[in-house]
Write a protein that binds this ligand. Structure first.
Ligand code: 5GP
Ligand code: ZN
Length: 114
């Protein structure tokens, strides 16, 4: 998926401030932060959205939540809390078609929908 910007970040063709990396998962700061801490956590595999995950991806998706917790701890926000958002598809407002988890923290996050 050469035209995908997040694949390009995975392949180091585009720069990003990387927070965490292993064989399957990458985390980097969002270019337009919506909170003092705004980190995107992605599977390195090009999965278009949550709708597209396959059985074989489920372990990676589970690991992502563990990594989110570790990052929150490292960033010093585990006590105060944080929010994880996954926009999915058109109605979900997804703009980048490579599955990503937004980790938002560092302020009281307003505008709760649920
Ligand atoms: P979505 O709306 O698809 O859930 O979120 C896409 C996110 O990716 C947005 O918050 C946007 O700021 C971020 N983003 C888009 N392009 C880039 C980029 O080239 N680098 C980084 N680090 N973030 C990006
Ligand atoms: Zn991609």
């Amino acid at each position: 998926m050469e035209e995908c910007i997040f694949c390009k970040i995975v392949n180091k063709q585009l720069p990003a401030e990387i927070i965490y990396e292993d064989a399957e998962i990458l985390a980097f700061r969002d270019i337009q932060p919506a909170a003092p801490i705004h980190i995107l956590i992605i599977p390195k595999k090009h999965i278009k959205s949550l709708i597209e995950i396959e059985k074989e991806d489920e372990i990676t998706i589970g690991k992502i939540y563990g990594i989110i917790n570790s990052i929150a701890e490292e960033q010093g926000v585990k006590e105060k809390g944080y929010r994880v958002i996954v926009n999915c598809g058109r109605d979900g407002g997804q703009e980048v078609p490579h599955l990503h988890f937004h980790l938002l923290a560092g302020k009281t996050l307003g505008e709760k929908i649920v």
